[in-house]
Write a protein that binds this ligand. Structure first.
Ligand code: PGA
Length: 252
């Protein structure tokens, strides 16, 4: 049995006072929720203060990215050690905005994922095709290659702690959601991929999130699909009421 998993990716939004206001409201709306993993990913500057508010809460903390080294002369970077220190349980890696705006490739994503696992943080590894790739009929091929590259060097044991997020680039922040059927097709492909690579135990327990314009109105249709275990929510996670509705809808 896979537990529903709903994560809010705040991206480059929220000052510290705004982040605290949001997370305090979320605590009020979601405290006591059971049977669902609830995660928020504030920007780096808000991680520590948000962690203080989340002490003793069911809501877990994630970062949006990291570097793979522990420390050193890497101006502007944040290490997994630092993220563990402020209480991150998860860290998003390979988000399509990192891949497309900042030119990150799957090789870097895999290094980050491995470094996070070493420090007890579960990576949320993002994959997804562009509209052109989908229209060329290459969505499965592209996403399969991203999985191969982004999970390179991980063992089956590592994979038990990895979360996958399928986020079609054409659905992110566009208001255009993949249909539940389109998402299910990809999720089934991803689970099959994990089956062939790591075996049945890993594949059947692997949490695969869908991301891309998830809202209170479409979460239930997505979660009704066999291989969709949760959501990575951008825009709709910036307001407590809509994120809380998605969490409750995601629980079914
Ligand atoms: P969106 O973003 O929900 O605003 O489409 C999702 C994401 O990029 O994680």
């Amino acid at each position: 049995m896979r537990r529903p998993f709903i994560a809010g990716n705040w991206k480059m939004h929220k000052t510290v006072p705004q982040a605290l206001e949001l997370v305090e409201e979320l605590r009020g709306l979601l405290e006591g929720e059971e049977g669902v993993e609830i995660v928020v990913a504030p920007p780096f500057t808000a991680l520590y203060p948000v962690a203080q508010v989340l002490k003793g809460s069911v809501i877990k903390l994630a970062a949006q990215d990291c570097f793979w080294e522990e420390e050193g002369a890497f101006t502007g970077e944040i290490s997994p050690v630092m993220l563990a220190d402020v209480g991150c349980a998860y860290c998003i890696v390979g988000h399509s905005e990192r891949r497309h705006i900042f030119g990150e490739g799957s090789r870097e994503v895999a290094r980050k994922a491995r470094a996070l696992l070493t420090h007890g943080i579960s990576p949320i590894v993002c994959v997804g095709e562009t509209l052109e790739e989908r229209e060329r009929g290459e969505a499965l091929k592209v996403v399969g290659e991203q999985m191969e590259g982004s999970l390179a060097g991980l063992s089956g044991e590592d994979m038990a702690r990895v979360i996958i997020a399928y986020e079609p680039v054409w659905a992110i922040g566009t208001g255009k959601t993949a249909t539940p059927q389109q998402a299910q097709e990809m999720h089934a492909f991803l689970r099959q991929w994990a089956w062939e690579k790591f075996g049945g135990d890993v594949a059947s327990t692997l949490t695969i999130l869908y991301g891309g314009s998830v809202k209170p109105g479409n979460i239930q249709g997505l979660m009704a699909m066999e291989d969709i275990d949760g959501a990575l929510v951008g825009g709709a996670s910036l307001r407590a009421s809509s994120f809380a509705q998605i969490v409750k809808g995601g629980k079914g």
